[in-house]
Design a protein around this ligand. Structure first.
Ligand code: SAH
Length: 238
């Protein structure tokens, strides 16, 4: 019997307790679970998804790591996703229950969505299971009220500029900046020019090595690893 759909399962930001019951059940009943791994400089494998899956006691025989090149130039990554698409499609058509995992929420800056769209275009049913995004988990970690009353939230990826951060915060937006290594110079320029801003920096939220800072000077000293983000609160509080 053909399974109902290929499931795109959100893992949450790293703390295994932040996975939804829906996603957990999907994984426990899957025959194959695809997740990305990257090569580290020392030659070993690195995978945040694998760490989460291990902590959730997912059976080893179900897990299917795929190598995801992390260069800024994305051609190699797209061909890795194309390969995953081919395998997922084949397994689904052979009647296997397939899950593809995404860190955080699968609908937020998650390039694995490309595989979902390829399958959809082929008429293969897909299900996307919601998850806790890293910026929501980070806000909770610091007991922040991200937006209140009339305030607005804007989420920027790694192409954020110092000028727009200044503009957004002056306009009473709460700003989330993700993919910090790609815009480290701009973010640090913004912080240097706005030392009184209400800023919250998060690194590896929900993990053993997490770091939370609010002092702009100390934030500027950090090298900004891949799993880091910034929340800047509006300057015009109600
Ligand atoms: N789908 C994810 C976002 C993927 S983009 C989500 O819903 O959160 C990758 C970016 O997410 C990283 O560069 C970083 O800015 C942020 N991120 C993901 N996990 C994180 C964590 N545990 N702590 C801090 N930032 C994290």
């Amino acid at each position: 019997m053909t399974p109902k759909a290929v499931q795109f399962v959100s893992l949450g930001p790293g703390d295994p307790e932040l996975i939804t019951l829906q996603s957990l059940h999907a994984k426990h009943s899957a025959d194959c679970i695809f997740f990305p791994v990257t090569l580290c400089r020392e030659g070993g494998w690195l995978s945040r998804s694998a760490d989460i899956l291990r902590q959730l006691h997912i059976p080893e025989e179900a897990i299917r790591p795929f190598l995801l090149p992390m260069q800024k130039e994305r051609t190699a990554a797209w061909s890795a996703y194309e390969e995953v698409y081919g395998q997922v499609r084949q397994l689904y058509e052979a009647g296997r229950r397939v899950c593809v995992v995404a860190e955080g929420d699968a609908g937020l800056y998650s390039s694995i969505h490309y595989v979902l769209e390829r399958l959809q275009a082929d008429g293969i049913p897909v299900l996307q299971l919601a998850g806790v995004p890293a910026f929501v988990a980070s806000g909770a970690r610091a007991a922040l009220h991200l937006v209140s009353q009339e305030e607005r939230l804007v989420v920027c990826p790694g192409n954020a500029t110092a000028d727009e951060l200044e503009r957004f915060t002056a306009d009473a937006y709460t700003v989330v900046v993700m993919k910090l290594p790609q815009c480290a110079d701009e973010v640090k320029r913004f912080l240097a020019a706005s030392p009184c801003v209400d800023v919250h920096y998060f690194e590896h939220t929900g993990m053993a090595d997490e770091c939370y800072l609010t002092d702009p000077y100390r934030i500027c000293e950090r090298p900004f690893p891949y799993f880091s983000l910034l929340i800047v609160k509006s300057q015009n509080r109600n």
